[in-house]
Design a protein around this ligand. Structure first.
Ligand code: CS2
Ligand code: MG
Length: 403
C-alpha cells in the first residue's frame, strides 16, 4: 500500500478544527486531528509546507519509522506545533492500518483492557449557585465525574466559565485576544468554599475535579491542595505552570490531593521527571498535541511503571478524531484513569460522524475499523475557518500572567 495524497480540511463547525486526510493507492484513507487552539494556521502550514511532501509514496503501515522520520528528521524537535502536526499524521496512519486490517485501532494496541471508560465533563457557572445548578444538570445526564469551575467574587470573567446559556468555548473570534483579569488571593479564598458546597450538596460518591489552569505558585498550590483534602477530589489539575516540573516536589510534600497535569505537554520529556518521581497522579497529555498514538503508548507505559494513570485532555477544542484516538488508547492500556469529555455541538457531531458513544457516565467504542470517525467534507466546507484567539490574562496591576 502506498500513500498517494494528503490534504488538509480546515473548517469551523461551531469552532475551528484542522483535519488531515491521508489517501492511499488502495482507496483507504485515514484521518488525523491537527487542531491547536488559537494557532491552527501554524500547524496547517507545518503539515502543508513541510511534512505532506515527504509523506507521498511511503507505506502507511510503517508508522514508527514515519514518526521517527518527522520527529528526528526535522532537526528542530518538540513543541506544540511540531508535535500536533506529527500527531495528526500518526493518528491517520493508525486509522488506515485499522481499516486495511478491518479491525478497530485498539486491537492493534493490545486489545480491550475494559469494556467502558469512565469520563468526566465540565460544570461551570458565574456564581456558586449557577455552578451548583450545572452540576445537578450533568449528574442528571448520568455523569459520575464532574469538573467544577466557577466565577470568583470580585473577578469580572475568569477561565472556565461559559457565557450565560452557552457551552464553554475559550477561543474568541471577534478580533485580538480578549484580556482577562486575575487575582490569586480572591481565587484561593473562594475555591475551598465552592468545593465544600458542591461536596455537601451532592454527597461523597461524585468524583470531583477542579482545574487551577496554571495560575498558582508551588506554595499556593500546596496550600490549596491541603485545604481541599477535606473534599476528597479526584484530582486538582494544572496547579502551577508546568515547565517547572520540580515545583511539584514542594506541592507533594504538603498535600495528598491527587494532582493532574500535562495538557500543554507535547513530548515525554515534558513529564519524565513528574512521572519517575511520582510527583503527579494523572498525566493529561492527549493524542493530538502529544505527537500521536505512537508516543502516547510509550508515555502510558512509562506512567504505568510509576503507578501514574492517564487522564487525556479532551476539551471540545480537539476534534472527535482526537477524542476517538484517545479512547482507542484508553481502552487498551492497563493504567487508564479517566477521559475528559465535554461533548460537542450538534454541527460538530454532524461534520465528524463517529463510532464512540456516551452512556451513564462512561464512554464506549463500537467495533468500527480504524478510529471509527469520518468527516463530511461538503458540510465542513460550508463552515470556513475564522481566526480565533485564546484569551490573555493579566493580574489586577496589569502584569501579564498565565492564562
Ligand atoms: C482545559 C481546557 O479542558 C481543560 O482542562 O484546561 O479547556 C483548555 O483551557 C483548552 O483546551 C485550551 O484550548
Ligand atoms: Mg485543563
Amino acid at each position: 500500500m502506498k500513500i498517494t495524497n494528503a490534504r488538509l480540511i480546515v473548517c469551523s463547525p461551531g469552532r475551528n478544527f484542522v483535519t488531515i486526510k491521508i489517501e492511499t493507492d488502495e482507496g483507504i484513507y485515514g484521518l488525523g486531528d491537527a487542531t491547536l487552539n488559537g494557532r491552527e494556521g501554524a500547524v496547517a502550514s507545518y503539515l502543508q509546507d513541510h511534512l505532506i511532501p515527504c509523506l507521498i509514496g511511503r507505506n502507511p503501515f510503517d508508522i514508527e519509522d514515519i514518526w521517527q522520520y518527522f520527529y528526528k528528521g526535522a532537526y528542530w524537535r518538540r513543541g506544540p506545533v511540531t508535535m500536533s502536526a506529527i500527531g495528526a499524521i500518526d493518528m491517520a496512519l493508525w486509522d488506515i492500518k485499522g481499516k486495511a486490517l478491518q479491525t478497530p485501532v485498539y486491537n492493534l494496541l493490545g486489545g480491550k483492557s475494559r469494556q467502558r471508560m469512565l469520563c468526566y465533563t465540565h460544570a461551570n457557572g458565574r456564581t456558586l449557585d449557577d455552578t451548583l445548578e450545572k452540576v445537578a444538570e450533568k449528574m442528571e445526564m448520568g455523569f459520575e465525574a464532574i469538573r467544577v469551575q466557577s466565577g470568583v467574587p470580585g473577578l469580572e470573567k475568569i477561565y472556565g466559565v461559559a457565557e450565560k446559556g452557552k457551552a464553554y468555548e475559550p477561543a474568541i473570534r471577534d478580533g485580538l485576544p480578549y484580556e482577562e483579569t486575575w487575582d490569586t488571593a480572591k481565587y484561593l479564598r473562594f475555591v475551598p468554599k465552592l468545593l465544600e458546597k458542591v461536596r455537601d450538596t451532592f454527597g461523597e460518591d461524585l468524583h470531583l475535579l477542579h482545574d487551577s489552569h496554571h495560575r498558582l505558585t508551588p506554595v499556593e498550590a500546596a496550600r490549596l491542595g491541603k485545604e481541599l483534602e477535606a473534599y476528597d477530589l479526584f484530582w486538582l489539575e494544572d496547579t502551577i505552570a508546568a515547565e517547572l516540573q520540580q515545583g511539584f516536589r514542594l506541592i507533594r510534600q504538603h498535600t495528598t490531593t491527587p494532582l493532574a497535569v500535562g495538557e500543554v505537554f507535547n513530548t515525554i520529556f515534558d513529564c519524565q521527571q513528574l512521572i519517575t518521581e511520582q510527583l503527579i497522579d494523572y498525566i493529561r497529555m492527549t493524542v493530538s498535541h502529544g505527537g500521536g498514538i505512537t508516543p502516547m503508548q510509550k508515555i502510558a507505559s512509562l506512567a504505568e511503571l510509576y503507578q501514574v494513570k492517564t487522564g487525556c485532555h479532551g476539551a471540545s477544542d480537539m476534534s472527535p478524531i482526537c477524542l476517538a484516538a484517545c479512547l482507542h488508547l484508553n481502552l487498551s492500556i492497563n493504567n487508564f484513569g479517566i477521559q475528559e469529555y465535554m461533548g460537542y455541538p450538534d454541527l460538530t457531531e454532524e461534520v465528524f460522524p463517529h463510532g464512540y458513544y456516551f452512556e451513564r457516565g462512561f464512554l464506549y467504542l463500537t467495533d468500527q475499523p480504524g478510529l471509527g470517525v469520518d468527516i463530511d467534507e461538503d458540510l465542513a466546507a460550508k463552515h470556513p475557518y475564522q481566526q480565533a484567539y485564546l484569551p490573555v490574562n493579566r493580574l489586577t496591576d496589569g502584569t501579564l500572567y498565565n492564562w
